[in-house]
Design a protein around this ligand. Structure first.
Ligand code: ADP
Ligand code: MG
Length: 604
């Protein structure tokens, strides 16, 4: 039989390797920026178009490449960073595999310009699908610029697999933030579709964290510094009262490389033990320095996981160090979980992936609606509104045959009063002609608020209350951009903005249904929800917004409602278009007919 094994042509091998290295535009961003850092750049610019789908360009002022190296850099396993296997155990560079440029060039149109400091002229190389289409001598400044266009142009399946621009941009920003946070002494710039997203000057770590996450971050940070024989730990943790419902701001860097480690995360979280409310996650920016020979970063191709030689000892040191800082900065004794509960979001947001209603936290102290009048703010329009659904429920008596005068008499009385009872600060019970109805107060209120917001967003006639003193809230740049993009919709709900700048927003008017102290709560919840849901159409955009507001503002389980409030909530619910389900698809009420009630007793 003849031989059948062949060596794959280089461009095919590169394309296969690319599958591992380049999952999405953000992977290219990571590789190119890491190369720029390895080249000793002090200033790195990242230019993106269409979430990286049309263009990803990284321009650095690093050491550049010679003419020959420029060409070689696109060969597979071409690297200047290691010479033999021994070097693998002593890595000080980010790259070492020598496959990033080869992989990227296999699946995109790449244009490289590079020049070394002492050279008069530089090199330009254009390469498409692993084929060099031109190589020229050009005049260019010191450093390297690599432009990657039309990513996955020759792998349509991969291209189609890419997510929406919002999601891909989010991934790029995540990568960008990670490198920016691990190299505060390097200046970084990020432009997306010609707009400046980040302009980070050379600075120290604290300032870098603040410039990435917004001025509000500064007051939250508690420094961490510890040096032992095994490991040095530096960085910051956020005070426990600033812990978050999402894990967004958790960063570990090992030898200036971002890593993910549930093991180390556990060490930090356990140091916070007793200081965090259930479901909250501490924010941290921790920089671990260990001898390069004591870690193995080679276990994962995209290198966000590493293995430590002294895992257990590092866990213990990390935990003790974080505990120590929490104590030293007097963070622990100052804690007060009964602090302004308006800052807390009313729901646990445990499983973000599912669209079902999140679990309800039972927090009897939480009550965003506490006012002199009571706990439930009636919907402004509820009394004028036609209460058709409610009436239908009351009048669905046709099936009931009053067996005697007495029974009929009671029913009429009940219908007149529409008496409701609150059960376990959670349910409302009301008698109706056909029997009784049991209403979940929080889910019912979500439905009421959801329809109210949806209506005002889409119908564009929300009422706004002017604030006497405009409220300043600082946010990160990504967040203010997001608010800017939702500005028109937010205004339809009744928000009025005096200004939206990179670091802060100034609110001068709010919807009549919210109070001043709830502004940052509901905006933060909205930003979280928008990031998770990433609406694709403008309609679902409204929907996410209305759901988010409803979730933030709905009265909670554990809230006492007086009889007037109970009655109003019940009326509001049954004047909804879809009273029977919450915005997240849960049943808001259940009726029990007389027959069903009778059956309970007859069967026992
Ligand atoms: P690796 O980074 O693993 O070495 P790459 O494919 O990313 O592999 O890069 C190949 C080589 O090209 C690098 O080792 C380096 O010598 C050179 N190179 C890549 N990017 C740059 C850059 N921005 N500046 C200078 N040299 C670079
Ligand atoms: Mg590299």
């Amino acid at each position: 039989m003849s031989d059948i094994i062949q060596l794959l042509p280089d461009h095919v091998a590169n394309q296969i390797a690319a599958g591992e290295v380049v999952q999405r535009p953000a992977s290219v961003v990571k590789e190119l920026i890491e190369n720029a850092i390895d080249a000793g750049a002090t200033s790195i610019k990242l230019l993106i178009k269409d979430a990286g789908k049309s263009l990803i360009q990284v321009i650095d002022n690093g050491k550049g490449m010679s003419n020959t190296d420029a060409r070689l850099s696109f060969e597979r396993h071409a690297t200047s960073k290691i010479k033999d296997a021994q070097d693998l155990f002593n890595l000080s560079t980010k790259g070492f595999r020598g496959e990033a440029l080869a992989s990227i060039a296999a699946i995109a149109h790449v244009e490289l310009k590079t020049k070394q400091e002492d050279d008069e002229l530089g090199t330009q190389i254009k390469i498409e699908g692993s084929k060099i289409s031109s190589q020229e001598v050009i005049s260019t400044s010191k450093g390297t610029s690599i432009a990657v266009k039309n990513l996955f142009f020759n792998i349509p399946a991969r291209r189609n697999f890419l997510k929406s621009d919002t999601i891909e941009t989010r991934h790029i920003i995540d990568e960008f933030q990670r490198v920016a946070l691990s190299h505060p002494s390097i200046a970084f710039l990020l432009h997306h579709n010609g707009n400046e997203v980040y302009h980070l000057k050379e600075s120290n770590l604290r300032k870098r964290i603040v410039s990435v996450f917004g001025a509000k971050m500064n007051e939250k940070l508690v420094p961490i510094n510890e040096t032992t024989d095994l490991i040095a730990i530096n960085g910051f943790i956020a005070k426990p009262e600033f812990s978050k419902k999402k894990r967004g701001e958790q960063f570990f860097f090992v030898n200036d490389r971002f890593i993910k480690s549930s093991y180390l995360n556990h060490a930090v979280v356990s140091a916070f033990e007793g200081l965090l409310e259930n479901g909250y996650h501490p924010s941290y920016f921790l920089y671990l320095t260990v001898p390069p020979s004591s870690i193995d970063i080679n276990i994962h191709p995209t290198k966000t996981e590493i293995k430590f030689d002294n895992e257990k000892a590092i866990y213990a040191i990390l935990r003790a160090t974080v505990k120590h800082s929490l104590g030293q900065y007097n963070v622990a004794p100052l804690l007060d979980f009964n602090r302004d509960s308006n800052l807390d979001t009313p729901y646990q947001y445990s499983d973000k992936k599912t669209t079902s209603v999140p679990k309800i936290t039972v927090d009897p102290n939480f009550n965003p609606f506490k006012t002199e009048q009571g706990n439930y703010q009636p919907k402004s329009t509820s009394f004028q509104k036609e209460t058709s659904n409610w009436e239908a429920l009351y009048t669905s008596t046709d099936t009931i045959e009053a067996s005697n005068q007495e029974e009929l008499f009671y029913q009429e009385q009940e219908t007149e009063t529409g008496k409701t009872f609150q059960i376990q600060k959670k349910y409302l019970l009301s008698s109706i002609k056909s029997g009784m109805v049991l209403i979940h107060q929080s889910l019912a209120h979500q439905r009421v608020l959801y329809e109210e917001f949806l209506e005002s967003i889409t119908v564009h006639e929300a009422m706004s209350q002017q604030l006497l003193f405009p409220v300043h809230i600082s946010f990160s740049k990504t967040d203010t951009e997001m608010i800017q993009s939702m500005k028109a919709d937010l205004e339809n709900t009744g928000f009025l903005f005096e200004s939206i700048t990179e670091e802060a927003i100034v609110v001068k008017g709010i919807p009549t249904s919210i109070t001043e102290s709830q502004i940052s709560l509901i905006l933060e919840q909205l930003l979280d929800d928008m990031k998770l849901e990433v609406p694709e159409t403008s309609f679902s955009h409204f929907d996410v917004m209305a759901k988010s507001f409803a979730k933030s503002l709905a009265i909670k389980t554990g809230t006492v409602l007086n009889s007037k409030e109970q009655e109003t909530l019940v009326n509001d619910l049954f004047s909804c278009k879809e009273p029977s389900v919450s915005p997240f698809g849960k049943a808001t009420f259940k009726t029990l007919t007389i027959k069903e009630i009778d059956a309970i007793f007859n069967s026992h």
